[in-house]
Design a protein around this ligand. Structure first.
Ligand code: G3I
Length: 346
């Protein structure tokens, strides 16, 4: 009877997923020659042991996932809520972790009062200036880099019709960067967007727009390529070519929101082969980034600590797009990321 029980137990155990990612866990940021970041939820950082252990052991750059968006920082006009972020900064300073500011001007993450605001062009300019400058002023010296404008372009290369474009006009982007520079001339200022890893009309338009602004004397230091990618799209040569183009144009390159969804040919996939493919993908992406010159590498930021924390999991649990699984165990993708880092640059 006992023998039967043990055999049955062993049989059942063979169905429990094993944690055999194919490498030993180390500290990614200690291996890398550039900052390794993660999108962060401070509440989980304070409350969840699994979460904070990974966040602090693996990463040396945090991008607050939602906390620095206007909806949280300025819930009512001229009423700023800085205390939660201040606490996070104190924590980061203790552990020597860089904080990247995301994001000052976007079409989402806005408080209701801002979305409903009625006023002249001058009133809107003032509103934007007040937001940008109050936030930067408060965090000056503690947050040294900002996504000043996020997702301002459509995929066809036209400007997105957001509240800023409608109420201020096309030069809102120039104004946003100028207001930011006025408040902190030493901060690194970024334009951040998705699909910039594809050599298409959007990338072309963004690069031209930002280069034109620069030639007028506007300070723009870098470009965030969000890198929400899939197992088979975009092709790695396309990604690498895009990053090189941005770097050759003289911008810092931030892979700012990296995740690799388990999607192939447009459909979700699963199983060991999909995880292996994800591993190779991470490795290729990191290897490609390593080939950029050292001065242009602002860092690679994963958009979520574990699959459990990813924004994509909220939409579909099958995306499983980051380095740790939903039980906070290393995945093959972690090993791929590590192997990419260990590759000597050319
Ligand atoms: O915390 C509340 C929860 O209490 C409530 O029950 C629930 C109901 O909807 O909402 C929860 O808040 C959500 C929050 O994520 C935390 O999960 C917000 O509704 C939701 O809007 C918020 O979404 C964030 C989104 O930006 C908008 O700010 C995502 O986490 C975040 O990953 C996403 O990040 C963006 C980048 O900023 C820009 N690039 C694209 C990227 C993905 O959309």
């Amino acid at each position: 009877m006992r023998k039967f029980f043990v055999t049955g137990l062993l049989f059942l155990c063979s169905f429990i997923p094993k944690n055999n990612p194919g490498c030993n866990e180390t500290k990614l940021y200690q291996i890398a020659k550039f900052p390794i970041g993660v999108a962060l939820d401070p509440e989980k950082l304070m409350k969840d042991e699994n979460y904070w252990k990974i966040a602090v052991n693996q990463f040396n750059s945090f991008t607050p996932e939602i906390l620095l968006k206007p909806k949280f920082l300025q819930p009512s006009r001229a009423q700023f809520e800085f205390s939660e972020m201040d606490q996070l900064l104190t924590y980061c300073e203790k552990y020597n972790i860089r904080v990247h500011g995301h994001t000052l001007i976007w079409h989402k993450g806005l408080p209701a009062w801002m979305e409903k605001f009625k006023g002249s062009r001058q009133d809107w300019e003032q509103l934007m200036k007040d937001h940008i400058q109050s936030v930067i002023k408060h965090f000056k010296g503690r947050i040294k880099s900002w996504d000043v404008v996020n997702e301002a372009f459509n995929d066809d290369g036209t400007l997105r019709k957001n509240i800023w474009l409608k109420n201020i006009g096309e030069d809102y982007i120039e104004k946003a960067f100028t207001y930011a520079t006025e408040m902190d001339k030493d901060a690194k200022l970024f334009y951040n967007d998705y699909s910039l890893e594809v050599n298409g009309p959007k990338q072309k338009a963004v690069l031209k727009y930002l280069q034109d602004l620069r030639s007028k004397g506007v300070k723009i230091d870098g470009i965030g390529m969000q890198m929400h990618v899939r197992l088979d799209y975009p092709d790695i040569t396309e990604i690498n070519k895009s990053a090189r183009k941005i770097h050759e144009a003289g911008f810092l390159v931030h892979y700012s929101e990296l995740d690799v969804s388990l999607i192939q040919k447009g459909i979700f996939t699963s199983g060991a082969r999909a995880l292996e493919r994800q591993k190779e993908r991470m490795k290729d992406i990191v290897k490609g980034y390593m080939e950029l010159s050292e001065v242009s590498r602002f860092g690679i930021t994963l958009w979520g600590v574990s699959d459990n924390d990813s924004w994509l999991s909220e939409q579909n649990g099958r995306a499983r797009p980051v380095l740790f699984d939903s039980r906070y165990r290393t995945k093959p993708a972690y090993c791929g990321f590590l192997e990419g880092l260990e590759n000597k640059p050319k």
